[in-house]
Every structure is written in structure tokens, then in C-alpha cells.
Write a protein that binds this ligand. Sequence first.
Ligand SMILES: CC(C)(COP(=O)(O)OP(=O)(O)OC[C@H]1O[C@@H](n2cnc3c(N)ncnc32)[C@H](O)[C@@H]1OP(=O)(O)O)[C@@H](O)C(=O)NCCC(=O)NCCS
Length: 254
Amino acid sequence: MWFKSLRADIAAAKKNDPAARNKLEILLTYSGVHALSHHRFANFLYRIHLRLLARMVSQCSKFFTGIEIHPAAKIYPGVFIDHGSGVVIGETAEIHTGTVIYQGATLGGTGKEHGKRHPTLMENVTVSAGAKILGGFVVGEGAKIGAGAVVLKEVPPHATVVGVPGRVVRVRGEKVCEPDLCQDKTDPYLDARKELCNLRTRVCELEKKLETLSAACASGPVSPAEGAGAPAPEPARGEESAWAPGAEEEEKRA
Ligand SMILES: CC(C)(COP(=O)(O)OP(=O)(O)OC[C@H]1O[C@@H](n2cnc3c(N)ncnc32)[C@H](O)[C@@H]1OP(=O)(O)O)[C@@H](O)C(=O)NCCC(=O)NCCS
């Protein structure tokens, strides 16, 4: 079991780090891989109620790798901690396969909760350098947490969260403009940002309509429904005077 997890962790490092040359190099030099294998041992000790020993293993590992993982944290095989210095993973955190965590990341609590107070990261989550995920919520599968972000509430799957407090800026690579996903409900500029988002959405809609109309104009005559609000059609040959601006006035003068 321990070897199986180690192999999965090495494979995850190879997959996620373009600088990794071979498995032996990863085994010998990657502190993230070392910290995870120490953690699996500490976690075993913790589960058989040798909790002081488990904490001692965890602290020794922190001394050598710079990565602090509570022995009770649940970490599945195939997780990659890159560089690692300053990573802190709390007691009730849960990390699923395929997750990548960079240096300085914290999976912590807000200090206000009891029980499950650290996050659960589903499969293939990326936690960038210096990001803080604080609280006992779920970060959905495939989500990306930007460098330096502070995430305080649940993250939908495949979302990108950036900033302080964290806000969702992409879902599956598509830009989102949803102020309700902003994580700070006390933000004094929230109303202004909502209004800005609504305006942006409206501009996007209008741009799309304009594109459709331009395409329709270019490809042939426009139906009244399509042409509502569109520029006047080109006059047919021989009708030019009827369409020309100021033509009526010229006729009167004549
Ligand atoms: C978040 C991240 C993973 C990119 O995710 P992505 O889904 O590809 O998102 P994008 O690059 O398209 O960026 C989305 C938006 O967030 C902004 N953004 C990206 N990262 C950000 C960050 N850390 N802080 C604030 N804003 C950020 C982008 O400017 C972009 O803004 P826009 O909507 O105005 O264009 C990446 O930017 C990041 O933070 N990487 C750090 C990885 C790391 O820790 N490396 C350390 C290696 S040693």
C-alpha cells in the first residue's frame, strides 16, 4: 500500500513537473514526494492511536521538507506538492488524486469552526503558490486556485478563483461575470461591481447581435425581424434619389 502510494506520487510528479527528468531523480530529490511518504507513515501511526509518535514524525518531516501535514489529513495517492516550502495542510483536510499544490499554500481553518474545518479538494485541483483555502468546504474537481488567492467558500468544479477574497473568474475556461460568486458579501463596492457586470453582459449581448446582423447583411437581404434597428438597406439601382439624404428638400426647391 505504502509503495503503491509512493509510485502514484512519483507518477504525479513526473506528469505535472516539466523539469522532472526521471523517476529516480524524483524519488531522491523531490521534497513534496518525501513529505507525502512521511505523511502516509504518520497517518498510519495516527490511525492506530500512536498519536504523539505520529505528530513527531510529522514535525520531523516538516523540519526536513518545509511541508507541514497534520497526521490525520486524508491524502489520496497521486497528489503532487511542487517545491513545497511553506505548505500547511490541516487536520481535517482531504485531498483527492491528481491535485497539485505549490509552495506556500495553506489548507487551513478560519479559526472559527470546529469539527470539519479544513477544505476538501476533489480530483485534479490546482492550488497555486501562496494560495490560502480556509474553511471546511469543497473545492470542486478540476478547479484552479490562483497564486495568492484567499478562498473562503465552496468552489464549483472546473472554476478558476483568483484574488482576495477569492472570486470565480472562469468556469471551464469561459469568462464568468457572476457577482454572486464573489466571496465577500461585505464588499462595499459589490453593488457597483454588480452593475458593471450587468453592463458588461449587456455589451456582450449587443456585440453578438451586431455580429449576427452584419453577417446577415453581408450574405443577402435582411428580414424585418432581423433588420430591426439595423442600418437602412442599400438602395436598388435607379432608386438612388429616393434614398438620398435631403432629396425631398431639393425636389421642393425645384
Ligand atoms: C490561476 C492560474 C492557475 C490560471 O488559471 P486559468 O484558468 O488559466 O486563468 P487565466 O490565466 O485565463 O486567468 C483568468 C483571469 O484571472 C487573472 N489571474 C490569473 N491569475 C491570477 C492571480 N494569481 N491573481 C489575480 N488574478 C489572476 C488573469 O489575469 C485573468 O484575468 P482577466 O479575466 O481579466 O483576463 C494562474 O494564473 C496562476 O495563478 N498560476 C500560478 C501557478 C503557480 O503557482 N506556479 C508556481 C510555480 S513555481
